[in-house]
Design a protein around this ligand. Structure first.
Ligand SMILES: CC(C)(COP(=O)(O)OP(=O)(O)OC[C@H]1O[C@@H](n2cnc3c(N)ncnc32)[C@H](O)[C@@H]1OP(=O)(O)O)[C@@H](O)C(=O)NCCC(=O)NCCS
Length: 304
C-alpha cells in the first residue's frame, strides 16, 4: 500500500536512505544536514511516500533554485524527487506527484518548473501530465547520477499556469548554436545579430559578469567541484545582439530560454540563457524524450 503525507523530522533517516540509493556523493542530499535543513524550512513543502509503512520516496515544492528563475516569486519548483531504487516502477513516484500537484493547486503559482533526467525516461513520463514545456537543456549537469568522468544532462521544463506563452519562444537545444539562430530569427532579431559590429555602450557590467562567471567556474573545476556559470540576455533589449555576441565570444553557448521574466515596471520579456560549457562533456550520451511536444519536434526538424 502506498501512502503520501507531509514529511516530519522523524523521516530524516528514511529520506537519507532513499537518496543514498539513487544518487552518488555529489547530490545535495548525500549530506544529512541538507535534508534536515529543508525539513525544518517552513516555506518548503516536503512530502514523504511510504510503501507498506516503510519510507520509499520523497519530493518537495520550493522556490526555484535556478538563478534565472529565482527572480520569480510566483514560481514553484518540484525538486528532490526520488524513489528508493528497489521500489521504483511501482507507482510511488506517481503517488508523490499527485500530492505535489494538489499542493501546487493550493498555492496557484504563475510558473511551475521541474527538472528531468535526459537519461531517465521514467522521470520525463512522470512529469508529463503537468504540461511542462522544455526551456533549457543543461548538458552534463547531473554528475550526481554517475561516476567520475561521466555526465548526464538535465532538461528543465516549465509551465505557466495563468499566462499564455508565445509558442515561438519555446525551444530546446540539441544543436545549441544553430537553434540559437533559429530562436533569434523567430523573434525578429536575426538581422541585428548578423549586423553586430561594435560593443554596446553600457557593456561594462555585462563583461564583468562574464569574467566573474569564468573565474568562478575555473576555480570550481580546479577544486573538483561543479559550477553552473550562467549568464542571461534580455531579448527585448536593443543591446541583446551585442550581449549575445560578447557572451558567445567568451565561450558561452545557448542552453535555453526563459519566457516572461518580469521587470520592475510590471512588463515581461524573454531571456536567453547562456552557459559556459565545461570541457570534456560527452554530449553523445544525451537522449531527449519529450512526450507530447509535437511543436518541439517541428522546431528541431526546422533547424536540421
Ligand atoms: C523518477 C522517479 C522519481 C519515478 O518514481 P517511480 O516510483 O519509479 O515512478 P512510477 O512507478 O510512479 O512511474 C512513473 C511513470 O513512469 C512509467 N514507467 C515506469 N517504469 C518505466 C520505465 N522503465 N521506462 C519508462 N517509463 C516507466 C510508469 O508507467 C508511470 O507512468 P504512467 O503514469 O503513464 O503509468 C524514480 O524513478 C527516481 O527516483 N529516479 C531517479 C531520480 C530522478 O530521476 N528524479 C527526477 C528528477 S531529477
Amino acid at each position: 500500500m502506498i501512502e503520501v503525507r507531509r514529511s516530519g523530522p522523524n523521516d530524516l533517516d528514511g529520506i537519507f536512505d532513499v537518496f543514498r540509493s539513487v544518487y552518488n556523493d555529489r547530490h545535495p542530499y548525500s549530506v544529512r544536514t541538507e535534508i534536515e535543513k529543508d525539513l525544518a524550512n517552513p516555506v518548503i513543502f516536503s512530502y514523504t511516500a511510504l510503501m507498506d509503512g516503510k519510507i520509499a520516496g520523497y519530493g518537495q515544492l520550493r522556490q526555484p533554485e535556478y538563478p534565472f528563475l529565482s527572480f520569480e516569486r510566483q514560481a514553484l519548483e518540484i525538486s528532490r524527487l526520488g524513489v528508493r531504487s528497489e521500489l521504483q516502477g511501482k507507482g510511488v513516484g506517481k503517488a508523490l506527484m499527485a500530492k505535489l500537484e494538489e499542493a501546487i493547486d493550493g498555492e496557484d503559482p504563475l510558473i511551475v518548473c521541474a527538472c528531468m533526467q535526459t537519461a531517465d525516461e521514467r522521470s520525463q513520463h512522470l512529469l508529463a501530465p503537468l504540461g511542462l514545456f522544455p526551456v533549457a537543456l543543461f548538458q552534463g549537469l547531473a554528475p550526481d547520477f554517475f561516476d567520475d568522468g561521466q555526465a548526464s544532462s538535465v532538461l528543465m521544463g516549465m509551465c505557466c499556469r495563468r499566462v499564455p506563452v508565445y509558442p515561438a519562444t519555446l525551444y530546446l537545444t540539441p544543436r545549441l548554436e544553430r537553434l540559437a539562430q533559429f530562436v533569434v530569427a523567430g523573434i525578429g532579431l536575426h538581422r541585428e545579430f548578423l549586423n553586430f559590429a561594435e560593443p554596446p555602450e553600457n557593456s561594462e557590467g555585462f563583461l564583468k559578469q562574464l569574467a566573474l562567471h569564468r573565474e568562478t567556474f575555473e576555480s570550481h573545476i580546479r577544486s573538483g567541484g561543479f559550477h553552473f556559470g550562467f549568464v542571461t540576455v534580455d531579448l527585448s533589449s536593443p543591446e541583446a545582439p551585442a550581449f549575445y555576441a560578447m557572451a558567445h565570444e567568451a565561450g558561452f553557448t545557448v542552453e535555453g530560454l526563459v519566457p516572461m521574466v518580469p521587470h520592475a515596471n510590471g512588463s515581461r520579456s524573454d531571456h536567453l540563457v547562456m552557459r559556459l560549457v565545461p570541457p570534456g562533456i560527452d554530449d553523445t550520451r544525451i537522449r531527449l524524450v519529450i512526450p507530447g511536444a509535437t511543436e518541439l519536434k517541428e522546431i528541431l526538424d526546422t533547424v536540421g
